[in-house]
Design a protein around this ligand. Structure first.
Ligand code: AKG
Ligand code: FE2
Length: 235
């Protein structure tokens, strides 16, 4: 199965519904086991990355990550390319609901051309590495004014085998009520697709914005690797 076929074979009606209701949707496996292993094996390779971030140094949590350099590894590039056109219409609908005039080009190349014209030229897909007691504080992945409203994260390690704990978590902050957490059960090779900074929620007087942040709970044992696919490039 080609990457585009694997993405097209997903139930996009269910994904759109889950995103609408909770801000996150879980997919079936999107990588072969060997592809996940190969991505993890790239981690020490200096030439494949443009930057390394030690999270503790910035108050981001504990653990580290590296942003890929262009050209991205083929499975990451292909998933970014294939998922974008499925998400762009959902992004347009959400903006319409939120009375935001921005609409998204139909293809990733079209969208990246807009990012590059706005000075956001650095690749944002990344590889994250967590060991025992590492965690990722709640945050939003914003890298400039250009923000594509969805992103994905792929679980490259085997939960319960390679690591325990380390759960992907989304927290939503509604106006005037207390925050709500959604802990996302991610299986090996599966992806979570989620809203980058907010989602439209239906209220009595139409839609309003509900703010979202994501992070990872403490890894209790072992090593956990993920690949993050962010669609906007960075300044
Ligand atoms: O490691 C994870 O599950 C989440 C990483 C993350 O923050 C991201 O992909 O943006
Ligand atoms: Fe993130």
């Amino acid at each position: 199965m080609t990457r585009a076929t694997a993405i097209d074979a997903l139930d996009w009606t269910a994904i759109a519904r889950d995103l609408e209701e909770t801000g996150v949707a879980v997919t079936g496996p999107l990588l072969a086991e060997a592809e996940a292993r190969d991505l993890v094996a790239l981690y020490p390779d200096k030439d494949r990355f443009r930057n390394r971030v030690v999270m503790e140094r910035h108050g981001y949590g504990r653990g580290e990550y590296k942003y890929f350099a262009y050209p991205l590894p083929p499975p990451v590039a292909a998933l970014r390319q294939a998922a974008y056109p499925r998400l762009a219409p959902i992004a347009d609908l959400w903006n319409e609901r939120l009375r935001d005039a921005r609409r998204y080009p139909a293809t990733l190349d079209g969208y990246l051309a807009e990012c590059h014209a706005a000075g956001q030229v650095k690749p944002t897909p990344l590889l994250l590495k967590y060991g025992p007691d590492d965690f990722n504080c709640l945050h939003q992945d914003l890298y400039g004014d250009m923000v594509f409203p969805f992103q994905m994260v792929l679980l490259l390690s085997r939960p319960g085998v390679d690591f325990t704990g380390g759960e992907f978590t989304l927290v939503e902050q509604r106006p005037r009520v207390q925050s709500r957490a959604e802990v996302v059960p991610l299986g090996h090779l599966q992806a979570a697709i989620f809203a980058v900074r907010h989602r439209p929620a239906r209220g009595t007087r139409g839609f309003h914005r509900v703010n979202l942040r994501h992070g990872v709970s403490r890894v209790r044992s072992g090593e956990r690797f993920t690949a993050g696919i962010i669609f906007h490039d960075a300044r």
